[in-house]
Unconditional design. Structure first.
Length: 198
């Protein structure tokens, strides 16, 4: 999507299909403020929020490319384990939807269990963990996702993991659009940092 009009159309399509602004934000890798602006663009006359659109479709269309990124994640996880003197990790938790393929391959690569986290649908809601995958109570975990836009989803994942009795040790993502190197005491590593410079 090269233009604002294409983003508006995609956001409206997701809205028509019943996705919340938070879900659209996660799907388009944009902040909720930007999604709100896109959805009301023809109603309000104001400048858009400052944001960076991240697209990684050229990676996502081939499993081999996802595997290569997962290999980079595995390398970063092992580096952080050594740096922080972490003795063990029990489980890799993928954030739905886009973190799941990466987390699956990282778990396979490192011989770890796999957990799946679904972010909250609303800003006030709680996320859920899929019962078809690893239980998390008492486990040391690494969280995997694709993009951190504002940090809201990652912070929810960390809080919900702690509530489940898990110990989040690290989060890894392809792109971090925030200036944060940690969230709620959990170090955050990204392959790429993207920020606007005013």
């Amino acid at each position: 999507m090269k233009s604002i009009d294409a983003l508006v159309e995609k956001a409206l399509e997701f809205k028509r299909n019943g996705l919340s602004e938070s879900e659209i934000s996660h799907e388009l890798h944009l902040s909720v403020d930007t999604v709100s602006w896109l959805l009301t663009r023809n109603v309000k006359v104001e400048k858009p929020p400052i944001d960076v659109k991240v697209g990684w479709r050229s990676i996502g269309v081939y499993g081999g490319r996802i595997g290569l990124i997962a290999g980079l994640f595995s390398d970063v996880i092992l580096e952080e384990m050594e740096k922080q003197e972490i003795e063990k990790v029990d489980c890799v938790v993928g954030i739905a939807i886009n973190g799941i393929p990466f987390a699956t391959m990282v778990a396979e690569d490192l011989g770890l269990e796999l957990g799946i986290y679904r972010p909250p649908v609303t800003d006030e809601g709680k996320g859920t963990f899929s019962s078809n995958y690893a239980t998390l109570e008492g486990k040391d975990v690494v969280i995997v996702d694709d993009v951190i836009s504002t940090g809201h989803v990652m912070k929810c994942a960390i809080a919900d993991l702690k509530e489940q009795g898990a110990n989040p040790l690290l989060s890894v993502v392809i792109v971090n659009k925030t200036p944060m190197y940690e969230m709620d005491g959990v170090p955050t590593r990204s392959l790429i940092r993207a920020r606007t410079i005013a």
